[in-house]
Structures are given as C-alpha cells and as structure tokens.
Design a protein around this ligand. Sequence first.
Ligand code: SF4
Ligand code: SF4
Length: 482
Amino acid sequence: MTATKTKPKPLVIPELCKGCGRCIEACPQGCFTLGSEINPESGLIPVVLDLEKCNACGLCFTACPEPFGLTPVADIPHPEDVDHEAFMMGEATIRDDHYPDEIPPQKIPMPDLPPLFIKGTYASAIGALLAGCRHFYGYPITPSTEGAELMAKVLPDLEGTFVQAVSEVATVNMMYGCGGAGLPCMTFTSSPGFSLMLEGISYMIGAEVPGVFVNIMRGGPGLGNIAPEQSDIKLVSRGLGHGNTHAISLAASSPQEMLDLTMLAFELTFKYRNPVVLLGDGYLGQISGKVTLPREMVKPGLPSWAVYGDAEHRKNLICSIALSEKELETHNYKLTDKYQRMIDNEQRAELYRCHDAEVLIIAANTPARMARGAVGQLREKGIRAGLFRPITIWPFPIGLLLPLLDQVKEIVVVEASNGQLEDEMRLALSHEHVVDLPLIDHIRHFGGVLPQLEEIVDHISKDNLFEDSEKNGNAWKKGGRS
Ligand code: SF4
Ligand code: SF4
C-alpha cells in the first residue's frame, strides 16, 4: 500500500500576521475572516482562520506576504504549542522553500562586440545591466531621464522590474526594499530629485542596504536649471541625510566611465552593504562618445543577509531603528569602522602628467575634460602643469595627492560649483595635518556655464607667481589666496 502525501494547510501565527487581508481575497473557501483583537506583540489585528472548509488549495500561501505557517493537516499544532519566538528568529522550519545561505556572484565572459557610440546616460544604464541590475525605480527628471527610458525599454525583455514611482521619496524607499532583499537596484536622478531622496538614503545607510544612485547633476539652488553643474559634491560628501552617514561617491568624466563606474558602483555597494552614488553632470549625461564594452558581465548572487519571505531568512529582517542608546552607539561605531575601510581602500584618482607638475589642476566630471586639454597647452608654454582628477569624490583621494605636494607650487581647482570640490580637498588636507600648503587658486562657474580650456590656460599663464617665486624663493608658498 502506498502512502499518500497530505497537502499542507495554513496556520496563522498571530505575531506575524499584518492583517492585510490578502488571504481573505485569495481563499475560495472563505476560511479567513477579518479579526477584531489587537495582538499585543505586533500591535496589529491578525485574521481569524477556520480550516473546516479548507481544501488545501494553497492559494493563501501565495497571497500572504508573511511566512505564516505551513504544515500537514494532521500535524496542525494548537497555536499555544507553536514556538513563536523560534519562528520569529527563523529557527523553526515552516515553509519548505529554503534558500541557500549565500550564492556568490559570477563573472560571465562577454562576446567580442564592437564599441558603441552612445550618450553618458545610456552608457550608465548598460553598465547597470551588465552588472546584473534587473530592478529599476525612479522618477523622471532632466537631464537624467534617458537612462531611465532605456531601462524601461530593456528590463521587461530581461524579466526585470521597472517602476516609475510617484515621487523620489517613493523611489528611494522601493530601493530600500529591493536592496534589502539582496537584489541589485538603481535609480537615475538629478540634483533636486537627489535632494528629495536624502532621508531614504540615510535609512539605507543605517540599515546597511545596497543601492546605486546615478545623479546627473544640474544647476541649483532650488529647481535651478537643467544645465550641467557640480552642485551635489557637498551633499554626497557631507549631507547624505541625518546622522553618521557616508557613501562612496564616484565621479565620471566620459561616457566610457559612466559605464565602467556604474559597474564598479554595483560591486562596491554590495562589498560594503552601503549605497553608492555615481555623479555625472548634465553635459556628461547628454554627450555621446565611444564606449567599449567590458570583457565580463556579472550574474548577481544572493547574499546571506538578504531578507526573503521564508522562515529561514526572517531572522535577517532589516531595520534602521535602534531605540536602545547603547545599541545605536555600537551600530554607529560599526558604521564608522566601515567608512574607515572605504577611506583606506577605495580612494581613486587619475593622475595626468603629474610626475613633474608644479601647477596642479584639480578637476572632476566635465570640467576635467577642459582641464586635461589645458595641461597640454600650458606645457607648450613651458609651464609644468598636471591634472589630478578625483574619481572618488568621497573618500577624497588624499592619499594620492599627498605625494605630489613636495613638488607642486600651485593648486588650481577648476569646478562648476561654488567651491564644493575645493572644500573637500581642503578638508582632506586638514585631516592629514598638512600645514605647508601650496598656493591654492580656483576657477569657478555656475548654472551651466562650464570652465573653458582657454580660460584655464589664460588664468594660469597670466599668473606671474612663478616669476615672483623665482625672485622670492618659496615666499609664495604660504597657502590659500582664495
Ligand atoms: S489552502 Fe486554500 S482553502 Fe485552505 S485556507 Fe488556504 S486558500 Fe483557503
Ligand atoms: S495574507 Fe497573511 S499577513 Fe495578510 S492577513 Fe492573511 S495571514 Fe495575515
């Protein structure tokens, strides 16, 4: 005689039931009814289940967002016999759809493909797809929208998810949920939109949730305009919401880098379980350039800390609230240690003709493109110029700048903002206790007016500091005339 397998029937765990009522709608037998008593542990009102008419169809399992119990009818325990505490901690086996503890990401070789000629936002979207991102949440805002449009076209064919949220606030909180499930997700936004996301970013940092924010910066303050400006360097470095918050911020200066750094952003966001911001500017988002595809793409894994709707992963529930003072302080020390690891390991910069540079131009994003051209023209005039281009805005790559300071007589910070990049540099120098500063000068523009190559060359060429310095020894080396 063969044994028949009993189909499982549901068991409601009152502490876990949200009272959402989805099971009521799903059940064809009318087994669930709305409850009337508040559960003292959850503060919610669980449904009431009567299994008399239950035919074990299983529809309620699919409908329920919570793991509320699954067991053969003959074994249904009395609710008082269920070890609810163990269940809440994920130690009780309730459902049989367990996930492996950790699935590492895989690198998959790419076929040889010809280079593309695409705009920066498209390059970033393609980089995200090649990094394994299949979940996009966003709210359109110029000049970042084309990136979202491309994701909207492509993701459905890749069985991905594209959600145009009702706002930036909704966007960042959708990312919180998706990142908490251990899935790579991203958004495209621009400065006013990014400002709206800051509270959610603080939550993501506090709860250690990954997510990639591509911010195509535009003119400010306020709504400003849609032209390029480096208006958010201050925000990404010092203002990612309230509390002890930091995130690695990468600054691209070409469509190629928009792809490469987007892929890097996904790697770093999971490496540190922390959001990562990629900064472009309005010009960079729109210009087209040659983009070579990488040799490998990524198939994402599933981290062991991911939250899923099964009992095993319930212990992973993610939250950014810690009401105990001691617990919150301990958590902040942990975050601070993580930020220090980022500072120690993730500083990046491009050094262009810096080996003998006496004049060091510091610039990022689109202004770095003009600065690079200016370096060549200044050298033709006999001025030993070099370009130091921070690729990480935070952490500022001070470790790569310090070795140049012995030879550098003047730093000129070229930026499309009110000194936000220069402030980061000065703060990094201060933290390193550098007191014998070279002279620090700057060229700044706003509102979509970008520093021009000729302007940089003229500004530095007309500077007769070098002649003065020849006469006066190192008398000019007093630091900061700005
Ligand atoms: S298994 Fe089917 S019949 Fe039973 S409670 Fe769930 S939905 Fe209703
Ligand atoms: S679907 Fe699940 S969480 Fe929602 S009321 Fe039913 S048992 Fe409770």
